[in-house]
Design a protein around this ligand. Structure first.
Ligand code: SF4
Length: 328
């Protein structure tokens, strides 16, 4: 008997897969990639004896995000629709892998929006996997599934975890000698209030696309006009990331090499006034004495030699209240 196990990289999904595997079921680990994972999933091949299968669903996920049928959790996390999408995809892969059911690491009552009885039932129905999702960590508290009815796994070998406590999972991880795992849901940027605020703003301006989303993960963000944003690096790593992320048509701003300060990336429609404002905002974050001005260098990125069109402006730093008013 084979089953697909959804692997998020967090502890619960690994525990669920390992537990069912220990009951004699061959487990095919499957990870769905969305553009909001903070890191690649933590997965140790030795633990299941199988390579992790990864499927990128970023494009479809971005469309879902604009109007999820079941709404959002406390931030921009459309967890119910996200799970329906992933489980529907898993159902479509059952034949390909010769698998008969799907395993998830969901725990009853662990998340108020997506792991209550009603949500679990909606997710099953709408993914087309009614009675075919085995949630081994909570199975004894949930209705019997086909794998149990058919005797592919025995109900008494499954568990009755519930609620938000992590204690039983950590004990089970100890018993199964699982050491490498990521943080539960802490790995999804959509549960982060600050990131969610920026994302909401991006969607409201109809600017949601893969490039803008990547930019959203780096630096401080300022809305400097209806169609223009400035991302300002907070450290050397972010300065470099911003410089590397610049696309054709973007502007890059930075102080001269002799002054400590950020690299800023401007994206959108620029005129002279917005270039001056971007220089002043970049200058605001430079290491300057009181009342001092600075030369800020800038150029518009193009596909040829990028610095050919570099210019500079000598500006005073933007005032604190202006910066605060523009921060997203
Ligand atoms: S936390 Fe993120 S990845 Fe997890 S179900 Fe919710 S939206 Fe999907």
């Amino acid at each position: 008997m084979k089953a697909i196990a959804l692997i998020s990289g967090g502890l619960d999904s690994i525990l669920a897969a390992r537990l069912v595997n220990s009951l004699g079921v061959e487990v095919i680990p499957l990870n769905f990639k969305i553009p909001f994972c903070k890191k690649d999933p933590v997965y140790n091949q030795d633990s299941l004896g199988a390579c992790l299968n990864c499927v990128d669903i970023s494009g479809e996920f971005l469309k879902l995000l604009e109007n999820p049928r079941h709404g959002f959790g406390s931030n921009m996390n459309p967890c119910i629709d996200c799970k329906i999408m992933m489980l529907s995809k898993a159902r479509q892969l059952l034949d390909k892998f010769g698998a008969s059911f799907v395993i998830t690491g969901e725990v009853l009552g662990q998340r108020p929006m997506s792991q209550n009885r009603q949500a679990l039932s909606v997710i099953e129905k709408e993914s087309g996997l009614e009675d075919l999702i085995l949630r081994p960590l909570s199975a004894r508290l949930l209705p019997e599934t086909i794998p149990e009815k058919q005797g592919w796994v025995r109900r008494q070998d499954l568990l009755n975890f519930s609620g938000r406590t992590r204690k039983p999972q950590l004990e089970l991880a100890g018993r199964l000698k699982i050491k490498d795992y990521g943080q539960p849901a802490g790995g999804c940027l959509l549960t982060d209030p600050r990131f969610s605020q920026r994302l909401r703003e991006l969607i409201a301006h109809k600017e949601l696309n893969a490039d803008n989303l990547e930019l959203l993960k780096v630096g401080r963000h300022l809305r400097i006009s209806a169609n223009t944003k400035l991302a300002v690096g907070r450290n050397e790593k972010e300065n470099q990331l911003l410089a590397d992320s610049a696309k054709e048509g973007d502007y890059l701003f930075s102080p001269g090499a002799d002054m400590a300060g950020p690299t800023s990336l401007g994206r959108g429609e620029f005129d002279r006034e917005l270039i001056e404002l971007s220089c002043a905002l970049t200058c605001h974050y430079c290491d300057l004495g009181l009342g001092a001005s600075a030369d800020i260098f800038f150029f518009k990125k193009n596909n040829d030699t990028q610095k050919q069109n570099e210019s500079s402006l000598n500006v005073l730093p933007a005032a604190e209240n202006i910066v605060t008013g523009l921060r997203i």
